[in-house]
Write a protein that binds this ligand. Structure first.
Ligand SMILES: C[S@@+](CC[C@H](N)C(=O)[O-])C[C@H]1O[C@@H](n2cnc3c(N)ncnc32)[C@H](O)[C@@H]1O
Length: 274
């Protein structure tokens, strides 16, 4: 006997939540739950850092642009987090483009938006009575056990295989630029006089640059050996590895590096190759 299709049409129209039986390996669940404290502070208490909010505002424009080009009427946010309120990166566009979130973490039963509690893998295993117009991966692609499979599953649950992706990159020059530019700007603000500014730069350079150089080479060695950089992600993409993955997964229409950050945005039409 085949399963009855999941009522996605009613979810998008009327809101509410759907709960799926969840699978998923032990290692993946450990990684997913290791970030819960950060998610409680950021998603649940709406306490995103200012720099993240700025990138979210840029990403919202990127989603709107590609939803308009593709004529999408709805979006499913694959790994939306645990917030009860709409995530900041869709607050201005959710009125015109119906938003639904999906996440395996069942921390927040009541949400202000249609919500599917489960993994993408659990949703894609079911027949749906309606496909979504667009899939979003918002800093979530590196949290999937199998990122290539996740992209193929996103193609299956969307009408045209359209996806918009925001992914953090781990290339060490990008990380260095990010961290150091924040510090340099703070030094400039707290040292307005040329002399103290020069001394501050000098002291900072002597103390910090060697530490940064060491941290970068450690990062590069780990990336080259395929070792994890922390215990919070399943993958650590560089610009090259992300582009390679996306190119294999479908047609990349736009790949934009977000200025002043280590984030990249991509718009892709995915192939369902599962
Ligand atoms: C870094 S958070 C991003 C949350 C939100 N998109 C944001 O940017 O604030 C990554 C999310 O991906 C979710 N996730 C991990 N594996 C997943 C899977 N297999 N299917 C769906 N979501 C998953 C995690 O539970 C987590 O909430």
């Amino acid at each position: 006997m085949t399963d009855a299709p999941l009522a996605i049409r009613a979810l998008l129209q009327d809101g509410g939540s759907l709960r799926l039986d969840q699978d998923g390996g032990e290692g993946w669940r450990r990684i997913t739950e290791a970030s819960l404290e950060e998610y409680r502070a950021h998603h649940a208490a709406d306490g995103y850092p200012e720099a993240t909010r700025e990138t979210m505002a840029m990403f919202e424009g990127f989603i709107a642009k590609w939803a308009g080009i593709w004529g999408a009427d709805s979006m499913i946010d694959l790994g939306c987090g645990i917030g009860a309120a709409l995530p900041p990166y869709v607050r201005n566009i959710a009125g015109t483009l119906i938003y639904a979130g999906l996440d395996p973490l069942d921390e927040t039963p009541e949400r202000d938006y249609p919500f599917v509690c489960g993994r993408l893998e659990d949703l894609a295993a079911k027949p749906l009575d309606k496909k979504f117009g667009l899939a979003l991966f918002v800093t979530s692609l590196d949290h999937f056990e199998d990122a290539r499979n996740a992209l193929a599953l996103a193609a299956r649950i969307t009408g045209g295989g359209h996806a918009v992706i925001w992914c953090g990159l781990h290339d060490s020059p990008l990380i260095a630029r990010n961290d150091l530019s924040i510090k340099i700007s703070a030094l400039c603000q707290s040292n307005r006089n040329i002399l103290t500014r020069m001394l501050a730069f000098l002291a900072y350079g002597l103390v910090t640059w060697p530490r940064v150089a060491l941290a970068l080479s450690r990062r590069e060695r780990k990336l080259a050996a395929g070792r994890p950089l922390d215990n919070l992600h399943c993958h650590y993409f560089t610009e090259q590895s992300l582009k390679a993955l996306l190119t294999q997964a479908g047609t990349v229409h736009e790949f934009a590096r977000c200025p002043g950050t280590n984030s990249a945005f991509a718009a892709v039409t995915l192939n369902d190759a599962t």
